[in-house]
Design a binder for this molecule. Structure first.
Ligand SMILES: *Cc1c(COP(=O)(O)O)cnc(C)c1O
Length: 409
C-alpha cells in the first residue's frame, strides 16, 4: 500500500474496556458490542497513564500527519486490521471576510469520500474487520453511507444502506458505486433506522447506526485531537458544530478530557455551540427547555441533510457537553445558511456544504447576540465538500460564431 500510515505493532492501542455512557457499567474490549444493556452508547476507555509513559506530546507532533498518528488513543490493536484511504489532517482555513479575523474553518471536505464521516467509519470498519463482522447495514442521509460503502468494500465486508427518499441523487449513486446495496425509503432517517434495527434483530446484519456501535465516536474524536495539535496544544474559545447525531461533538468533548489527563492540554475548554436547522432542532428545544433528553422533532425539513436528524440516541451526551462547556444549542434558518454558503464562497473562496454554512450563520447570530466577541478565536466545522451539493444555476452561454459583446462579459 502506498499510503504512508507508518505503523508497526510496537505501538499498540492502549484500550482497556468500554463503559456505558449512562450507567457506567463496564464491558470488555475486543468483543462485538452494540448499545449498552441500558440501551445507551458505549464509550471506549484507555490506559492513559500507559500512553503518557509511552509517547510524549513532542513525539506525537513529529509523526507523519493524519488520523492514524493517534494510534495509541484509538481502539484498533493490530496493524493488520488498519484500513485506510488516506485520512489526511484537514486544514484550518481562515475566512476573514465572511466570518471575521479570528474565524477558522476546519475543512473536513478534504477527507476520503468528501466528508468527515470517513473519520468515524474508517475506525468502525477497522474494528468490524478485527472482530470478524461480515455484513453491515446502516441508515444514512448520504455521507455516512458513502464512507461505510468505501471502507467496507475495501476490506470485503458486505453493506446494505437505507436512505430517506429525498437524499440527494449524487449521494445515493456514490454509495452504489462504492459497492453497497442501497435502498431509498419513503421515510426519515430514524424510520430507515427502524428497518436496520429489525434486520439486526433477525440476525441478518450488524447495526452500524450512529452511536449504536462504539467506534465511530473514537474515529470522530480525532477532530478534537487534531485541532489541539494544530493550534499548538491549546484550545480555541469556541467551536461551532453542525449537530445531527452528535458523534463529532461528543467525540471531541471526550478527546479534550483524554488530552488533559495526558497532560497535553490544560483545563481550558472551548464553548461548544451545537448548530441545528430551524426546521429540525430537537437538541435546541431540549437545551432551551432545560431537559436532559430531546423529543422527536416532527416534520423535519432543512436543506442541510446531514443535520436532518429528528431523534438522536446520544442526545443527553450532546446536551451535557454543550452545558458543561458554557456553550449553547442554536437553530438557524435555511435562508441564512444558504446566504452564508454564498458569502463564504464569493468573499473568501471557500465552498462550504450547507451544514458548514449553518455554522457560519450560527456564528454570525452568536456575534449579533453578543454570545461571542470579535476578538475570540472560533473554529467552524465544514463537514463535507460543497461539491457534493446542488448549487445555484450559472446559465450564461456564449455563441462564439456571433459577434461577441465584450463589454457584457
Ligand atoms: C453527518 C453530518 C453532520 C452531522 O454530524 P454528527 O456528528 O452526526 O452530528 C453534519 N454535516 C454533514 C455534512 C454530515 O454528513
Amino acid at each position: 500500500m502506498s499510503i504512508d500510515i507508518n505503523l508497526t505493532d510496537e505501538r499498540p492501542s492502549f484500550v482497556t474496556h468500554l463503559d456505558c455512557s449512562i450507567s457506567g457499567e463496564t464491558y470488555p474490549a475486543d468483543q462485538v458490542h452494540g448499545l449498552s444493556g441500558a440501551g445507551r452508547p458505549l464509550l471506549v476507555r484507555y490506559d492513559l497513564d500507559g500512553i503518557r509513559a509511552a509517547v510524549s506530546r513532542e513525539e506525537m507532533t513529529a509523526r507523519p500527519a493524519g488520523l492514524w498518528r493517534w494510534r495509541e488513543l484509538l481502539p484498533v490493536r493490530h496493524v493488520a486490521d488498519v484500513v485506510s484511504l488516506g485520512e489526511v489532517e484537514t486544514p484550518l482555513v481562515p475566512i476573514p471576510v465572511s466570518g471575521g479575523p479570528h474565524v477558522l474553518v476546519k475543512d473536513e471536505g478534504r477527507l476520503p469520500t468528501g466528508s468527515f464521516k470517513a473519520r468515524g467509519l474508517v475506525m468502525a470498519v477497522a474494528m468490524a474487520k478485527a472482530l470478524g463482522i461480515k455484513r453491515i447495514a446502516m441508515p444514512t442521509n448520504g455521507n455516512a453511507g458513502a464512507a461505510l460503502a468505501a471502507y467496507a468494500s475495501r476490506v470485503g465486508i458486505e453493506t446494505i444502506v437505507f436512505c430517506p427518499e429525498d437524499t440527494p441523487e449524487v449521494n445515493v449513486r456514490e454509495i452504489a458505486m462504492q459497492g453497497a446495496r442501497v435502498w431509498r425509503v419513503n421515510g426519515l432517517i430514524d424510520e430507515c433506522g427502524a428497518i436496520v434495527a429489525e434486520g439486526a434483530k433477525q440476525g441478518r446484519w450488524f447495526d452500524f447506526s450512529t452511536l449504536k456501535e462504539p467506534y465511530r465516536i473514537e474515529g470522530k474524536k480525532t477532530m478534537g485531537l487534531e485541532l489541539a495539535l494544530q493550534l499548538g496544544w491549546r484550545m480555541p474559545d469556541a467551536i461551532f458544530y453542525p449537530t445531527g447525531g452528535g458523534t463529532g461533538l461528543i467525540g471531541m468533548w471526550k478527546s479534550f478530557d483524554e488530552l488533559e489527563k495526558l497532560g497535553w492540554i490544560g483545563s481550558k475548554r472551548p464553548r461548544m455551540y451545537a448548530v441545528q436547522a430551524a426546521g429540525c432542532a430537537p437538541i435546541v428545544k431540549a437545551f432551551e427547555d432545560g431537559v436532559e433528553h430531546a423529543e422527536r422533532w416532527e416534520g423535519a425539513h432543512t436543506v442541510a441533510a446531514g443535520i436532518r436528524v429528528p431523534k438522536a440516541v446520544g442526545d443527553f451526551l450532546i446536551l451535557r457537553a454543550v452545558r458543561e462547556s458554557g456553550g449553547r444549542a442554536l437553530a438557524v434558518e435555511d435562508a441564512d445558511t444558504l446566504a452564508a454558503v454564498a458569502d463564504c464562497a464569493r468573499q473568501d473562496g471557500l465552498l462550504l456544504c450547507p451544514e458548514g454554512g449553518a455554522t457560519l450563520a450560527a456564528y454570525r447570530r452568536a456575534r449579533a447576540e453578543g454570545l461571542v466577541s470579535a476578538d475570540e478565536e472560533v473554529v467552524l466545522f465544514n463537514c463535507a465538500t460543497g461539491l457534493k451539493y446542488p448549487m445555484p444555476e450559472a446559465p450564461n452561454w456564449l455563441d462564439r460564431t456571433q459577434p461577441i459583446e465584450w463589454d457584457r462579459l
